[in-house]
Ligand binder design. Structure first.
Ligand code: 5GP
Ligand code: MG
Length: 182
């Protein structure tokens, strides 16, 4: 285990099982219809790359980036579109792939934007869900697993751009982001 990790929440084997379960649900729901997978940069990339390999319908991928926490561990409540997808989604089945849903602000706004652009359907897939932190209501169509209100890293999730390459999801030691007060 990495020295900055308090504990491992989801190990590699468990992650692969979660991804497999989500893929099976999507395959069954889409019933062979083509799908545009929109990957929310950067944290969702390892998850999305594992997921798309298990999808059986014709798949296209595209990327979107919105503002993140930066060096903080609390949501700012608004999102800033840093990079948009590169295509017209009118009439397409869209699956938004996100690493984690926390306040719900990010996915709520992206879903509304895609509906406004007249996608045929807009579904949300999130590897991790912190339901206790929800501020706005969001329907998560495919949720990997619920986790407690702890700041997690690994399998794409970062703290200040670090730890994305850890092969598991772990809780970051508080000493890494909190100053010790005597
Ligand atoms: P929301 O808009 O739902 O509050 O936040 C979603 C985004 O916040 C995620 O895509 C992720 O970037 C970030 N986030 C929320 N919780 C965590 C966490 O525990 N660890 C990390 N690394 N990022 C988080
Ligand atoms: Mg994110």
């Amino acid at each position: 285990m990495h020295k900055d990790v308090e504990k491992i929440l989801i190990n590699e084997t468990e992650l692969q099982e979660i991804v497999q379960n989500i893929a099976e649900k999507i395959n069954s729901d889409l019933n062979g219809e083509p799908l545009l997978v929109v990957i929310i940069l950067k944290g969702s990339t390892p998850f999305a790359m594992d997921l798309i390999k298990k999808l059986t319908m014709p798949v296209e991928i595209d990327f979107m980036q919105v503002s993140s926490y930066g060096k903080s561990t609390a949501s700012s409540g608004f999102i800033n579109l840093k990079k948009d997808i590169e295509q017209d989604i009118t009439g397409k089945n869209v699956l938004i792939v996100e690493d984690i849903i926390d306040s719900g602000n990010t996915l709520n706004k992206i879903k509304k934007l895609f509906e406004h652009r007249q996608a045929k359907s807009v579904k949300i897939c999130a590897l991790l869900d912190k339901p206790s932190r929800r501020v706005v209501d969001v329907d998560v169509d495919y949720s990997g697993t619920e986790i407690p209100d702890e700041f997690v890293i690994g399998y794409g999730l970062d703290y200040a751009e670090q730890y994305r390459n850890l092969p598991y999801v772990g809780v970051l030691k508080k000493s890494v982001y909190e100053k010790v007060v005597d």
